[in-house]
Design a protein around this ligand. Structure first.
Ligand SMILES: NCc1[nH]cc(CCC(=O)O)c1CC(=O)O
Length: 312
């Protein structure tokens, strides 16, 4: 019987979402009468070891992923479950995305101490986020708010809300939903208020490109619509060279029109202070092409200049 060793980070969120994926894969195997067993293997990544340093200062994206990818390439594990938005745009040679499961809620949300909503936050309130994308959009809506960096896993950020005098923090709804803490959410921000990060709310199941058994199994676990939407968003990110932590957001959805699926995608690039905010919506049928075209439209309006300043 084939055994698939599944690698995971050790954060509450990573353990929970990997556990959920493995449960669903076990159920899928039962249904398809595929003989297979699964084993979980915990891996500590560089991103976990330096949780107190601002991510963009130490090379940003990929920190949570690299060591897990190495374990995949070395054959120590056969499958990895990542948050899609933590995935760098380029995958190492030999590794592929085997499945993109059905997407959770893609929205950002506000966790407050007292206020009921974003509008309800008092003038000059202190809001915690270390995402340039979130700060850009929040400052655009509420220039009076005082934004301060906050790092750590979801659990430690929620603790800091109380201990470090924040009036509110911003997090992805998906993470809170997955670990069952949705009742901590005070308000959801619509994609119009805060366009999500590329891939937010989606997972990425990665494996080796030559592991036919695992690839065959994962084909049954893929959600086609989510995969297409995420492909369009990642193409947008790739064209903007958004490898490191950058104030870029994108959200694509699929709509049926006369029996054909049409992708609608909004993309944004903003300055961290929210004073410059470029946003555009386009539709198309080819995800890679749509992502590139949307990026080009924003570049034509000055997106590359905004990003050049951020990258320094
Ligand atoms: N940047 C860290 C990260 N990576 C994935 C999630 C959870 C949400 C998701 O799966 O998209 C989070 C936490 C957050 O942004 O609040």
């Amino acid at each position: 019987m084939r055994k698939i060793v599944v690698g995971t980070r050790q954060s509450a969120l990573a353990l929970t979402q990997t556990g959920q994926v493995v449960d669903q894969l076990r159920e899928l195997c039962r249904r398809l009468e595929i003989e297979c067993e699964f084993e979980l293997r915990k891996i500590v990544t560089k991103g976990d070891r330096i949780l107190d340093v601002t991510l963009s200062k130490v090379g940003g994206k990929g920190l949570f992923v690299k060591e897990i990818e190495q374990a995949l390439m070395d054959g120590e594990i056969d499958m990895a479950v990542h948050s899609m938005k933590d995935m760098p745009w380029e995958l190492p040679e030999g590794l592929v995305i085997g499945a993109v499961p059905f997407r959770e809620d893609p929205r950002d949300c506000l966790i407050t101490r007292e206020a009921k909503s974003l509008e309800d936050l008092p003038h000059g309130a202190k809001v915690g986020t270390s995402s340039l994308r979130r700060s850009s959009q929040l400052q655009h809506l509420r220039p009076d708010l005082h934004i301060e960096s906050i790092r750590g896993n979801i659990d430690s950020r929620l603790k800091k809300l109380d201990t470090e005098g924040f009036d509110a923090i911003l997090l992805a709804a998906a993470g809170l939903h997955r670990i069952g803490w949705q009742d901590r959410i005070s308000a959801y921000l619509s994609p119009e208020q805060s366009l999500p990060a590329v891939g937010q709310g989606a997972l990425c199941i990665q494996c080796r490109g030559n592991d036919e058994f695992t690839l065959d199994l994962l084909k049954h676990y893929n959600d086609e619509k989510t995969a297409i939407a995420v492909a369009a968003e990642r193409s947008f990110l790739g064209k903007l060279n958004g490898g490191c932590q950058v104030p870029i957001g994108a959200y694509a959805t699929l709509q049926e029109e006369d029996g054909n699926s049409v992708i609608a995608m909004t993309g944004m690039v903003g300055s961290p202070d929210g004073k410059q905010m470029l946003k555009e919506t386009m539709t198309g049928t080819d995800p890679e092409l749509l992502g590139k075209e949307l990026a080009e439209a924003l570049i034509a309006r000055g997106a590359a200049d905004i990003l050049a300043v951020v990258r320094g």
